[in-house]
Ligand binder design. Structure first.
Ligand SMILES: [Zn+2]
Length: 319
């Protein structure tokens, strides 16, 4: 059951709030390592930032938090749709982050022919290959690695032929939906309690990390180098330094994405079609560890997140 693996959010919030002051200055990396990755860059304007302002804010926040080597997964279409798209990507690279491929059109593999899908991602390779910071990783949009063995294996083969490695995640989450909830609330004229929003973002992401780390320890008997899925959205630009501090306080060491991808699980291709929750869940599923439904945590759910934001008073009540 889910509850076995979850710390109640109320307890998590309480423990964060009551941590001794020196926990922030002398954190011990006792839990393991984790890398930060940001998908769909360069995205358009949001309620808090223009697209270019968000890139600047995210770079500054990562710098303040002393995070090096985050991996930025580029949707080529997003880069070409914006006049400053390539400049924004170069700004990430100049700040020490790496640029990787997230397809051109951001489509589902299961809805595509493998040949078309590969031609699409090749467009983004051509866009990135001359940029500094380019690194040969591919992340499947929607983490969709195909719904048939033939489609899955055609892509595994096609990526290998191109020298592209799978930019998998180990920790899935709905950070994109948290951001969408905020964008929608602001568009509707509701006020946002920024402290409540920050705490919700941090608590829910940390709970996701705990969930997948527990699953990893059951599957591998160890904590792998984790790769956290995030998006290049307003919430990341607003709170990534707070998230980094909370991760370190919880005992996580933040490492460059390429360091995390040196973990042996990078070479363990799961013999399953259950890849949409990331590499750890896929390996657990391939090992027959749990039924698939028990590998989807409750907070990867739109209704759950809406109720949780309401419970925490993130938005003023609608009138
Ligand atoms: Zn994406």
């Amino acid at each position: 059951m889910f509850l076995r693996y979850l710390v109640p959010l109320t307890l998590l919030a309480a423990s964060t709030g009551s941590a001794p002051a020196d926990a922030q200055t002398a954190p011990a990396a006792t839990r393991g390592t984790i890398a930060l990755t940001f998908d769909d860059a360069p995205r358009g304007d949001g309620a808090f930032f223009t697209g270019s302002g968000r890139t600047r804010a995210l770079i500054e926040a990562l710098d303040r938090a002393d995070v090096d080597g985050a991996m930025i997964f580029v949707a080529g279409r997003n880069a070409e749709a914006r006049e400053d798209g390539l400049d924004r990507l170069q700004a990430y690279a100049a700040a020490g982050h790496s640029l990787a491929n997230h397809s051109y059109s951001h489509t589902w593999l299961w809805q595509s022919e493998p040949g078309d899908y590969l031609a699409d991602l090749d467009r983004t390779t051509r866009l990135l290959e001359d940029l500094p910071g380019h690194t040969p990783y591919f992340r499947f949009p929607f983490l969709d690695e195909g719904r048939t063995v033939e489609g899955r294996d055609a892509l595994r083969h096609g990526l290998a032929e191109r020298g592209l490695r799978n930019g998998y995640v180990t920790v899935d989450n709905y950070d994109w939906y948290m951001d969408a909830l905020v964008q929608r609330a602001i568009a509707a004229g509701r006020e946002v309690d920024m402290d409540a929003l920050r705490q919700a973002y941090i608590d829910i992401l940390l709970e996701g990390i705990d969930f997948y780390d527990t699953l990893a320890r059951e599957t591998l008997d160890r904590s792998p180098a984790h790769v956290l899925l995030l998006h290049e959205n307003d919430l990341a630009a607003l709170f990534i330094d707070d998230l980094a501090a909370a991760l370190r306080e919880a005992g996580w060491q933040i490492v460059p994405a390429q360091t995390a991808y040196a973990d042996p699980i990078a070479d363990m291709l799961p013999d399953t079609l259950f890849n949409g929750q990331g590499r750890v869940a896929a390996l657990a599923h391939a090992a027959g560890l749990r039924p698939a439904r028990e590998m989807i945590p409750p907070f990867e759910d739109e209704a759950w997140l809406e109720a949780e934001f309401t419970r925490r008073g993130v938005f003023s009540s609608a009138d």
